[in-house]
Ligand binder design. Structure first.
Ligand SMILES: Cc1ncc(COP(=O)(O)O)c(C=O)c1O
Length: 386
């Protein structure tokens, strides 16, 4: 095959995801996996039953329509109206995707030219860097620093150049648990308008805000026409394996994203789309109960990690906790996470892999708390051995 590497240079450095490595380690060592963010109990029974009914009734067993089944697009429109007062036309302003992951990929592949710059908060969710690279664009990190992880908006302004095309934001933010407040969102919106930038916003944890509230940036004046909003059923309804996500935005933006999306998966998850349509219409008691349950788990793991000697940054949202291992006499999160399964049978994720400026995240380690209380309790007692 000659000397040329098989993997193209855009994907160089984007080898196996850390989640694959750490989940394999969890299996090999029989450890408790607090690495990857997937719940260990399934979502609501009635939503599962809705999927079974769709399968049995032959709804979605063949290619669904490219933009998503009308029932789901209507339910997404109702959800945006109900929770945020945002109005979207199900026919022209909503696109169903294979999870938020495909929505992110399609948005970046559609909206970026090679050479464009994308400013994104680091630590970043790992698919952002890979998708920006696949689009041939350049990522420009805005580093969120402990202990508050709040973005420095002067720094953001200074990062904008004539090549900047897009701001990629994520609130609630994985892995820090940061929830952008209205002042920060307004400042980001002002910069986007002033410099005529597009905004892609990943809001998959929109229903997991414990302190404050979730505010979609698309709701701010002047933002609707330049914002692609992304969310997903995986996190909100605890069906991460179904991979049903969506994009909302102005018709021209959604058309552009759909153009890329149709050549990625074309369509996916037919019967599950009908089930998610029902899930989105669940009463407020579901959404309140889900958040209350996860809030209790947040506090359980926060207290446990603090008792085990970690410095804990209590997250305002998401189902992740970022910690600092320095008080344990450790400094390298990657080494720490590789040895943790052997040392005490728990798997976590080193935040350093989510940074370009790895120094900023070197001693930080992420744990997820979307697990059963007994599993969290056992993990905490194992971590006490440190
Ligand atoms: C910030 C963020 N965006 C997107 C995703 C992926 O969402 P989905 O499973 O719907 O593709 C995740 C999953 O962990 C995430 O944390």
């Amino acid at each position: 095959m000659g000397a040329r590497p098989l993997l193209n240079r855009r994907l160089d450095g984007h080898g196996t995801t850390i989640f694959a490595e750490m989940s394999a380690l969890a299996t090999a060592t029989g450890s408790i996996n607090l690495g990857q963010g997937f719940p260990d109990t399934d979502g609501p029974e009635e939503v599962r039953e809705a999927a079974v009914r769709a399968l049995r009734d032959g709804r979605g067993n063949q290619y669904p329509p490219g933009p998503g089944v009308p029932e789901l697009r209507t339910a997404i429109a109702e959800h945006q109206q109900r929770f945020y007062g945002l109005t979207y036309d199900p026919d022209t302003e909503i696109l169903v995707t294979a999870g938020a992951t495909e929505a992110i990929a399609a948005a970046l592949l559609a909206l970026l030219e090679p050479g464009d710059e994308v400013i994104a908060f680091e630590p970043f969710y790992d698919s952002y860097a890979a998708c920006i690279a696949m689009a041939g664009a350049t990522r420009v990190p805005l580093t969120l620093r402990a202990p508050s992880f709040r973005p420095d908006l002067d720094e953001l302004r200074a990062l904008i150049t004539p090549r900047t095309r897009l701001l990629l934001i994520n609130t609630p933010h994985n892995p820090t648990g940061l929830v952008l407040d209205p002042t920060e969102l307004a400042a980001i919106a002002d910069l986007a308008i002033e410099h005529d930038l597009l905004v892609v916003t990943d809001e998959v944890y929109e229903h997991l805000v414990f302190d404050g509230a979730h505010h979609p940036i698309a709701a701010l004046p002047g933002m609707r026409e330049r914002t692609v909003s992304i969310s997903s059923a995986g996190k909100t309804f605890s069906f991460t394996g179904w991979k049903v996500g969506w994009v909302t935005g102005a018709p021209e933006l959604v058309t552009a994203v759909r153009t890329a999306k149709q050549y990625l998966t074309y369509v996916s998850a037919g019967p599950f789309q009908y089930a998610v349509a029902e899930a989105l219409r669940l009463p407020d008691s579901y959404f309140d109960g889900f958040r209350a349950d996860l809030l209790h788990k947040r506090d359980l793991l926060t207290d446990g990690l603090a008792a085990a000697g970690f410095r804990v940054f209590r997250p305002a949202g998401t189902y992740f906790i970022t910690t600092d291992i320095t008080p344990l006499g450790e400094k390298d999160g990657i080494e720490f996470c590789r040895s943790l399964p052997e040392r005490c049978g728990v798997v976590a994720i080193p935040n350093a892999v989510f940074y370009d400026n790895a120094d900023a995240g070197q001693s930080l380690v992420r744990f997820t708390f979307c697990k059963r209380d007994d599993v969290l309790g056992e993990a905490v007692s194992r971590l006490q051995q440190l």
